[in-house]
Write a protein that binds this ligand. Structure first.
Ligand code: ATP
Ligand code: MG
Length: 137
């Protein structure tokens, strides 16, 4: 059974949307098997998003992710990586399908409420970035 790393981003935690977003995951058949609230430092955000280092929005993205606490979580289910990205919707909320998290809650391309791993390799890296083996059952 597949697992993926999800982050409820600062724009959503600030607006108290954690429960509504978690309900979307559960309705889609994704199980929340680990979850915690953390406040990333700029250095940690930069390391997490290292693959985007050369992109023009990298500095803005890291500042945003370090601006307020986030909720990091591991979601489990059949095809969890793809299923989570379907529930999230397109990166730009203007292009997100009806019923998706980003369509309902995202404020902009940057402040788009959620992150989800985009491949098996990134899911493995990203889960290990935030959770130790002891925290995962
Ligand atoms: P995520 O990786 O967060 O799940 P994604 O895979 O849909 O989102 P990426 O292309 O990996 O999108 O970009 C990572 C994040 O960087 C986006 O979720 C968004 O918050 C931010 N971002 C992407 N493009 C832009 C942009 N043009 N302007 C501002 N922020 C952006
Ligand atoms: Mg991505």
């Amino acid at each position: 059974i597949e697992r993926t790393l999800s982050i409820i981003k600062p724009d959503a935690t600030k607006r108290n949307l954690t429960g509504k977003i978690n309900a979307k995951f559960e309705e889609a058949g994704l199980r929340i098997v680990a979850q915690k609230r953390i406040h990333l430092s700029m250095a940690q955000a930069g390391q997490f998003y290292a693959e985007h280092k050369e992109r023009p929005f990298y500095g803005e993205l890291c500042e945003f992710m370090a601006s307020e606490p986030v909720v990091v979580q591991v979601l489990e289910g059949e095809g969890a990586i793809l299923k989570n990205r379907e529930v999230m919707g397109a990166t730009n909320p203007a292009n997100a399908a009806d019923g998706t998290i980003r369509k309902e809650f995202a404020l902009s391309m940057g402040e788009n409420s959620v992150h989800g791993s985009d491949s098996e390799a990134s899911a493995a890296r990203e889960i290990a970035f935030y959770f130790s083996g002891l925290e995962l059952v």
